[in-house]
Ligand binder design. Structure first.
Ligand code: SF4
Length: 214
């Protein structure tokens, strides 16, 4: 169990993706990932080295500071998005309990490569980056659609269907992969794939990038 937390950044913004897009949230980005840039060449986050290594109280102080700066305080029900890197490597019961005691609703965005303790979070997003993954149930599955744009695990609808066999999520999202060298988000391909997949699939757009917020 972590007594120190390696944190990349903490900031207030709106959740940009998935079912909670548009929701005010404090993002707590942990440093460190168990997959890495070789597995995910399209990774768009800098999680490598922590900006801060601090204890529980220090982490709570960082979160409180950003909540006050962005939302005027730690309002009851404010969303706290634990992300990374891979947040399941660090979010533990003491931190989860302390955040909930301050009124946060805790969401986690995990790559699903290792089982997630669901008791620690109120909303679980799994965004697998490998054909095989461990955490097969949660609130939403958000699958990047690599399509023909780049080499990846979801080149077509058949690959998407194979990946989700045996999963049980409340909501399923397909999200365009965004690789600047390949011309940005492959919206057209992803839209065609969602239309072919049909229910329960929906398109997830990275709205924070569209509107220009973190
Ligand atoms: S799992 Fe996520 S954070 Fe880790 S390298 Fe892949 S895309 Fe980046």
């Amino acid at each position: 169990m972590a007594s120190k937390y390696g944190i990349k950044e903490v900031f207030g913004t709106l959740q940009g993706e998935g079912a909670q897009a548009g929701t005010p949230a404090v993002f707590l980005r942990f440093a460190g990932c168990n997959l890495g840039y070789e597995v995910c060449p399209f990774c768009d986050t800098d999680w490598l080295r922590p900006s801060v290594v601090t204890d529980l109280e220090g982490t709570l102080a960082l979160v409180r500071r950003e909540a006050e700066a962005s939302f005027g305080g730690e309002r009851p029900g404010l969303l706290l998005v634990a992300t990374g890197g891979e947040p399941s490597l660090q979010l533990d019961k003491p931190l989860s309990d302390a955040l909930r005691a301050r009124g946060y609703r805790i969401a986690m965005e995990s790559n699903g490569s290792r089982p997630v303790d669901r008791s620690l979070v109120d909303w679980l997003t799994i965004s697998p980056k490998q054909g095989e993954f461990a955490q097969k149930e949660g609130h939403e599955l958000k699958l990047l659609f690599t399509g023909a744009s780049i080499d990846g695990i979801t080149p077509d609808v058949a690959a998407v269907r194979r990946m989700v066999e045996g999963t049980s999520f409340e909501q399923y999202f397909l999200q365009p992969v965004d690789v600047p060298e390949a011309g940005g988000p492959n919206y057209a391909e992803a839209i065609r794939a969602v239309m072919e997949l049909g229910p329960p699939w929906r398109l997830s757009v990275q709205t924070h990038k569209v509107v220009g917020i973190p």
